[in-house]
Design a protein around this ligand. Structure first.
Ligand code: GRG
Length: 306
């Protein structure tokens, strides 16, 4: 059993503090000294219309768990949110999922047109690495290694491979194995980067990689759980709560955990993944790390309504 759990109000207070600090630093990091133009305006629109900031919060809180200096983790927390936002802008484009609503607001291409939305995504992706590479000049070798890992997780064998499978799977039923592979890549890889990068930044010795193994286990379970929850919300929630169109997957004949297994079984699969995540946290707890915030965050993922 995990020893330390936070009282829920304290957890919420910490979540708000993390989210506020990300929100305060995200736009300055994206814009730098550059002048605004319509592409940057479109990118800033998508960065500021909402978003739970889950990936930066994972990074900052895990960084704290390892007693890392916040300035070491922050560039990664900001860069991963830029990459995540680029992926959502491109995912919503007419040539991909063709969505009108995201984060409770019109999607980037609805607001700014398709060409500018495409460029806004490109701008976010490039700025994320520009910002990281520049930060690495002072942060050193480990941060270059961590940036390379982020690129791998977001790249053509990671998130983009997942999106490719997603595009290919439209219009026909896929096997449960393909569905799992798709989501391990599309949703899971970026979450895995968020969970493992703070540890990579601690300059771990090869002999300590038991921690990395536990973090990987934790990340992979929350990755699948996150997607299962997303699929469940797609049929049980509403546009006003979720902030994006619902029932889209079924309309575009995409296989989801709900279409393949049914709602009740999808809920059981979600519960199993969450148990896997909690068991990884218990292993982490036994190494002497303070997993209390992560414990509550994992519960929050299970309970989230958007
Ligand atoms: C276009 C290369 C490319 C990739 C797109 C992430 C992705 C790949 C598509 C998003 C499709 C989707 C809705 C996946 C479900 C899980 C997910 C990533 C949801 C959005 O993440 P949240 O809930 O979003 O963290 P907020 O808005 O809170 O940041």
């Amino acid at each position: 059993m995990i020893q330390n759990k936070l009282e829920w109000p304290l957890f919420e207070k910490k979540m708000i503090a993390y989210r506020d600090s990300v929100n305060a630093e995200l736009i300055p990091a994206f814009l730098g000294d550059n002048e605004l133009d319509v592409t940057k305006e479109a990118a800033i629109y998508s960065l500021t219309v909402g978003g739970k900031r889950l990936r930066p919060i994972l990074m900052l809180s895990i960084g704290e768990m390892f007693a890392l200096n916040r300035d070491t983790v922050l560039p990664f927390a900001l860069a991963i949110e830029m990459i995540h936002t680029y992926s959502l802008i491109h995912d919503d484009l007419p040539c991909m999922d063709n969505d009108d609503m995201r984060r409770g607001n019109p999607t980037c291409h609805v607001k700014f047109g398709e060409a500018i939305a495409l460029l806004a995504g490109d701008a976010l992706l490039n700025r994320a690495y520009e910002y990281l590479l520049y930060s690495s000049l002072t942060l050193g070798k480990e941060s270059i290694r961590a940036a390379s890992f982020l690129a791998e997780m977001a790249g053509s064998n990671g998130m983009i491979a997942g999106q490719t499978l997603d595009m290919e799977s439209e219009g026909h039923e896929i096997t449960p194995e393909t569905l799992e592979r798709l989501h391990r890549k599309k949703t899971g890889c970026l979450l895995e980067a968020a969970v493992r990068i703070p540890y990579l930044l601690t300059k771990p010795q090869a002999s300590q990689n038991v921690i990395d193994r536990i973090l990987t286990k934790y990340a992979r379970h929350i990755g699948l759980a996150f997607q299962m929850k997303d699929d469940i919300l797609d049929v049980t929630s509403s546009l006003s709560v979720l902030g994006k169109s619902i029932g889209k997957d079924q309309k575009s004949m995409k296989s989801t955990y709900v279409t393949l297994y049914g709602l009740d079984r999808a809920k059981i699969l979600l519960e199993n993944e969450m148990q896997g995540a909690f068991s990884a946290l218990e292993e982490m707890d036994q190494t002497g790390l303070d997993t209390s915030f992560l414990y509550n965050l994992t519960q929050y993922l299970l309970q989230r309504s958007n």
